[in-house]
Design a protein around this ligand. Sequence first.
Ligand code: TXA
Ligand code: MG
Length: 348
Amino acid sequence: MKTLMPRKTSVITVDSGPMDSASLGRAAQTIIRGGLVAFPTETVYGLGADAFNAAAVAKIFHAKRRPFNDPLIVHIADLRDLSLLTRDTDEIILRLADSFWPGPLTLVLRKASALPSEVTAGLSTVAVRMPANQVALELIRAAKTPIAAPSANLFGRASPVSAQHVLEDLDGKIDMVLDAGRTRIGVESTILDLTRLPRRVLRPGGISFEALREIIPGLKAYRGGEILSPGMFERHYAPKARLVLVGREGPEQIGMVREIASEYAARGHRVGIMIQSEHREEYSGPFDIKVLGSGRKPDTCAANLFETLRDFDRGGVQVIVAEGVPEKGLGLAIMDRLRRAAAKETHV
Ligand code: TXA
Ligand code: MG
């Protein structure tokens, strides 16, 4: 059996501002030599390899235990690098790039033949984005190659929003982590398919549907429950604990969360409840109660989401009963991730 090569995972701490040149040089050399470097983006930490090195890309799948049919996103630092990945040049690409790049928008385009098929899981299309994070951009520029990077977590687990999360899942399996603290947005990028009409969102994320529709008026909304992207499997983003999602907002929501949580507790489970700050006074009892954020502030809830799910796991909770949040702005991405983490246990 092929064993995973690494070794010790180096952790390089990056304070705000440009990276010191020695650290940047080490990280870039690791990519150039076909190694794996986890790095921050504005959404979540990515696990990067040289997108044009098929063997290095294969290591990503091994380290994450990710199925080979789940394609990766390729990260670029400059718009001209797009031509390495695709021959598409539609005006809409430039308009979207102009409005949202660098930023949490991934575009699905027709793939250039020179890009190894390992990156795109054999698809004729490629997903590309330019991250809004200085460390990520410096790394891509110093390595002088686009970097293929999925989220830096074990397959199926909650995405990492800190270097600590990356190490929880991948310590000893990757060469390096660049630790620049918590990521700003906390949920992954929005994926927009430009290869077919009508254009549509394949995964809700850091750029809201409302913002995209200002540029593409006919844009097709993302409909939950569909698996449009290969690799967007039903159970995903999940904590180790069982997650039960109580979706619909309103007075019944609190009653239902209480009831489900009490039932599990009565059966002897350690139960956590994830709630909106507005509801803090509504709950008491033998539960680990964690506030996700204000229901009126989806950005804060998104930034806290994966950290809170991992916190429950660290506390040894067996069941998490989660309040759903309003599906506006980043609320759509939050609910998408919660539905997938809960798989079938969603109460509306
Ligand atoms: O914010 C993000 O997007 C983060 C950071 C690291 O950039 N990355 C991320 O990657 O979330 P990952 O691998 O966890 O999710 C990428 C997803 C795949 O699971 C797949 O659903 C979709 O992107 N994807 C990639 N290539 C695609 C393609 N050619 N067509 C359709 N979907 C694609
Ligand atoms: Mg992922």
